[in-house]
Design a protein around this ligand. Structure first.
Ligand SMILES: [Zn+2]
Length: 372
């Protein structure tokens, strides 16, 4: 099935198609972020009244400013750093756009929350999210670097350290363990309800990009028919990187163990990231046996990281795409979040005023009744 999909994709891969690779995207909380060379747009469905709201910002990369950062290998590392920064900020933005904060504000805060607010205010929130990020990075390093190294050292006794082939086998075992940990991590997170919804939006993002690249009209029906497995996905990128790091460790550091090995691996990480990015770029423009073989594991991984979206999610992804490509979809009216909030505020005001005028004639009676 994957082969067939890649073949179909290859037909679209002719360089004559200017739409190919023009938009990229990312799933967020209850929404999708799409990015064109001009601007990026995050579309989120609010949890309160289910309206879709959009935030846009110009698409910028530091690589266009400093040509040295756009050189092969370097651009991959720069891209990854920018991608991490961007995903973090769009994820944060999406949680704001959902409208949960307003819902929470409507509820009476507990004594403990009031105390926290009074003593720490906004800085506490920033502090907590900074700690969460550091813990996340530590967890990732522990899971994907320290744990495999530790377990491999337990399996292979020290006496064999000098043996050339045994060392290479040790590297292979460590690498396979990494892949299994990575797959397990993705699988177990996909069992959580919120993450599963993000993976559904991820599916909607891929389908919408396929639909756009095929030159079809962007509507729910056309998007639903597309494949949810996309060869230029970030998941494929991660997998190619893990794969490369195994090859690099077998080729370059088979005889070093312990902390020095961890350090060397960290130093070689940018090399793997750079090479992985070049591969994904190449894979997006070519179709041959090598590309198909190397892209296959990444596409299999998408069986975990994407799910069939429902029509409401597809709708959000379409809004994000049209907003990001506004020069192409000039007729489309972007449902800006700002305008939505303004309208909501106005509606609230008129409602309050209507209530006041309604209550006023009875106000006097109320007072009379209360004073005997
Ligand atoms: Zn993807």
């Amino acid at each position: 099935m994957e082969g067939e999909f890649l073949k179909k994709n290859a037909e679209k891969n002719c360089p004559a198609n200017p739409r190919l690779g023009k938009v990229g995207g990312q799933a967020v909380m209850e929404g999708v972020m799409m990015r064109s060379p001009k601007q990026m747009a995050t579309a989120v469905r609010r949890t309160d009244d289910k309206t879709i709201v959009v935030r846009t910002q110009p698409s910028t990369t530091i690589r266009s400013k400093y040509k040295v950062l756009d050189l092969p290998l370097i651009r991959g590392v720069v891209n990854l750093v920018e991608m991490f920064k961007l995903s973090f900020s769009t994820l944060t933005a999406s949680t704001e756009m959902m409208g949960l904060e307003e819902e929470l504000q409507a509820e009476e805060p507990s004594k403990f929350e009031k105390w926290l607010e009074k003593h720490f205010g906004k800085s506490l929130l920033n502090f907590v999210s900074a700690i969460a990020m550091v813990l996340g990075i530590l967890l990732a390093m522990g899971l994907f670097i320290a744990l495999p190294a530790f377990v491999t050292n337990l399996i292979f006794p020290d006496e064999l350290d000098g043996d050339f082939w045994m060392n290479r086998l040790k590297c292979l075992v460590e690498g396979v363990m990494k892949v299994l940990i990575f797959i397990g991590y993705l699988y177990f997170t996909s069992l959580m309800k919120e993450i599963r919804r993000v993976y559904m939006y991820h599916g909607a993002e891929h389908k919408t990009i396929f639909c756009y690249e095929a030159g079809l009209e962007l509507n729910v029906e056309n998007v639903r028919k597309q494949s949810r497995f996309h060869p230029r996905c970030g998941t494929s990128f991660m997998f190619v990187m893990v794969f490369l790091s195994i090859i690099v460790s077998i080729a370059f550091i088979p005889n070093v163990w312990g902390w020095l090995r961890v350090l060397l691996k960290l130093l070689l990480l940018p090399v793997c990231v750079g090479l992985g990015y070049e591969f994904i770029r190449y894979a997006g423009k070519h179709d041959n046996a090598l590309v198909r073989i190397l892209a296959a594991p990444g596409l299999w991984m998408q069986r975990i990281t994407t799910r069939e979206p429902d029509d409401d999610m597809i709708e959000v992804a379409i809004v994000a795409t049209k907003s990001a490509l506004h020069e192409e979809f000039a007729d489309f009216e972007i449902p800006y979040e700002e305008e939505y909030l303004k309208k909501k505020e106005e509606a609230k005001k008129t409602e309050e005023e209507a209530k006041k005028t309604e209550e006023e004639p009875h106000a006097g009676e109320g007072i009379q009744n209360e004073t005997p």
